[in-house]
Design a protein around this ligand. Structure first.
Ligand SMILES: Nc1ncnc2c1ncn2[C@@H]1O[C@H](COP(=O)(O)OP(=O)(O)O)[C@@H](O)[C@H]1O
Ligand SMILES: [Mg+2]
Length: 264
């Protein structure tokens, strides 16, 4: 039975897609992994497949949720890693839920709980994977609440800044709500401090502030801004000469994460 982990925060540029991609890559060395892109930007899709997300129109997570089946929508990245991809049409997900209108103009109103569509879909594949990792949009939209409700664990992405700091309380409330509404005992696995600029004292201050607020939850690893990590979006994980440098600071985070999952 797969363990499902969502990366989230309703703030863009916090390293969600990068971290989800790296986590999927590292997990796939030892486990069978399904990555799910729940952001219409399709960044995780492009990071892991190196294919433009527009090429997945008609065969993405949106249609999988609308048809309540993963068959024909899972794309194989390699032997151990699959992805349910996304593209811009995922932005029409709420419209479909509440009006029945798809982007093709079809209309079949959705009748179940609007927050549990992804959770229900994943029942079909949970036995096929060890881990499912989910990337989310920078908003507390239906896409995000579905991801939270489908997950046992959430990694809160904390980009060391004031606007990310102010996003945290509402995000924590959303995880609590998912715990109440959903069936997976959703809880925060940890808070990952990312995009840290070591030259900025305000970044250091926001790092310390979150550790004071949530001493039990922050991971010890702090991810700094590093060119090779940023360039993963260009080179991906195959034939990338600087891959080990891009991943090096994530190795410690990965160890911490596996340890926490084991001990829960
Ligand atoms: N540790 C890092 N160092 C440098 N650049 C990074 C790092 N992590 C992510 N990036 C880059 O910063 C931008 C935002 O990261 P991304 O993963 O897309 O965040 P989010 O998904 O939260 O919006 C992207 O261009 C990405 O390539
Ligand atoms: Mg993203």
């Amino acid at each position: 039975m797969a363990v499902t982990i969502t990366m989230g925060i309703q703030k863009g540029g916090s390293g969600k897609s990068t971290t989800t991609g790296i986590l999927a890559h590292l997990l796939s060395k030892d486990f069978k992994v399904l990555a799910i892109d729940m952001d219409s930007q399709g960044n995780l899709t492009e990071l892991l497949t190196q294919i433009p997300s527009n090429e997945f129109v008609g065969r993405s997570i949106l249609e999988a949720m609308q048809k309540n089946t993963t068959s024909n929508f899972i794309f194989e990245v390699n032997d151990n890693l699959d992805i349910l991809p996304a593209n811009n049409f995922l932005a029409t997900f709420p419209r479909w839920i509440y009006t029945g209108q798809t982007y093709l103009g079809e209309s079949q109103p959705y009748k179940g709980n609007p927050s549990l569509i992804l959770d229900k879909l994943l029942d079909e594949v949970r036995d096929h994977y060890d881990f499912i990792v989910v990337d989310t949009a920078p908003s507390l939209s239906e896409q995000t609440t579905n991801a939270l409700c489908a997950s046992e664990y959430v990694v809160v992405m904390y980009e060391c800044s004031n606007w990310c700091y102010s996003a945290i309380p509402n995000f924590m409330d959303s995880v609590d709500a998912a715990n109440q509404i959903g069936n997976r005992n959703t809880s925060v696995l940890g808070i990952l401090r990312t995009m840290n600029d070591v030259r900025r004292s305000d970044a250091k201050a926001f790092n310390e502030l979150i550790a004071e607020d949530y001493p039990e939850l922050v991971f010890n690893t702090i991810i700094t801004r590093k060119a090779q990590t940023g360039r993963l979006s260009v080179h991906g994980f195959e034939d990338n000469k600087e891959l080990s440098q891009a991943l090096i600071q994530y190795q410690e985070f990965y160890k911490e994460l596996i340890e926490r999952v084991k001990n829960r």
